[in-house]
Write a protein that binds this ligand. Structure first.
Ligand code: ATP
Length: 248
């Protein structure tokens, strides 16, 4: 991981609560200005909460978040919107827009290369409610990244995609991270194989805390994963690729 430039995102002692419940505790982490980074962990580990806290959608009850070197609280809303792309877990629209209309809501018009990469050309006149889950996910992604933000946070963007489209998505996210301008892409993934294969760095959350963070080969070990998921997880390396399964 490149540590020569200042981090794109950094937290120190971040704590988030909901009522009496502590959802995140003592999160001290950082992600560099360029690269594709995964956030993994069991259901309820706190992945979505962390993404939301990183961009101010959830208030921090203690600790600090810094974006591109500045405290989150110092950002003006317009500048923050320009700096980040956020793809939430649920991307359904309350309005019955066409794909073309949805893309007009983006902060910048998506260019032809992005529309082609997301295979949206044939879907432009379709209304959102007529799209499959995977088609809608690709439209939402194009909207989120059209303005080429230096920070992209995506919450389970692969969830509705078929196998080839999952890999196409990861290549697209890698391309965002390797764009001419620096970009940090932080993505929540449940598919550990995708995290191992495409990501530069993995943060493993468990019970609202960081259990491990670092290179995928080190973090995605059977021991760490079994601890994080609370049941045995086996890792199988085939050549340079890693596959994972839960043991019964
Ligand atoms: N407003 C809230 N009030 C109480 N508990 C909450 C609230 N929001 C989230 N939680 C709890 O916080 C924990 C973390 O939720 P979060 O959505 O961040 O998990 P996650 O790791 O993204 O899970 P998943 O993989 O299932 O999407 C969960 O146990 C959830 O029930």
């Amino acid at each position: 991981m490149d540590t020569t430039t200042s981090p794109a995102l950094a937290t120190h002692g971040l704590e988030v609560r909901a009522g009496a419940r502590t959802l995140l505790l003592g999160i001290t982490a950082s992600w560099p200005a360029r690269g594709l980074f995964a956030l993994v962990g069991a259901n309820g580990a706190g992945k979505s909460t962390l993404l939301q806290a990183l961009i101010g959608l959830r208030p921090a009850h203690a600790g600090e978040v810094r974006l591109l070197g500045r405290p989150l609280a110092a950002w003006k809303p317009r500048a923050l919107a320009q700096a980040i792309g956020y793809l939430p877990q649920q991307t359904h629209s309350h309005w019955d827009l066409t794909v073309e209309e949805l893309l007009q809501l983006a902060l910048a018009p998506p260019d032809a290369a992005l529309i082609e990469a997301c295979e949206l050309g044939p879907l432009m006149r379709r209304r959102l409610h007529t799209l499959s889950g995977g088609e809608a996910a690709r439209a939402a992604l194009a909207r989120a990244i059209a303005h080429r933000p230096p920070l992209l946070l995506a919450d389970e963007p692969a969830a509705h995609l078929d196998l080839p489209h999952q890999h196409q998505l990861m290549r697209l996210l890698r391309a965002c991270a390797a764009d001419a301008a620096d970009a940090a892409v932080l993505v929540v993934l449940h598919d550990l194989h995708l995290a191992a294969r495409y990501c530069d760095h993995v943060t493993l959350l468990a019970g609202g805390r960081v259990l491990a963070a670092g290179h995928p080969d080190e973090v995605l070990s059977s021991a760490s994963l079994s601890q994080a998921y609370g049941s045995a997880v086996a890792r199988c390396d085939l050549g340079r690729q890693s596959f994972f399964t839960a043991e019964s």
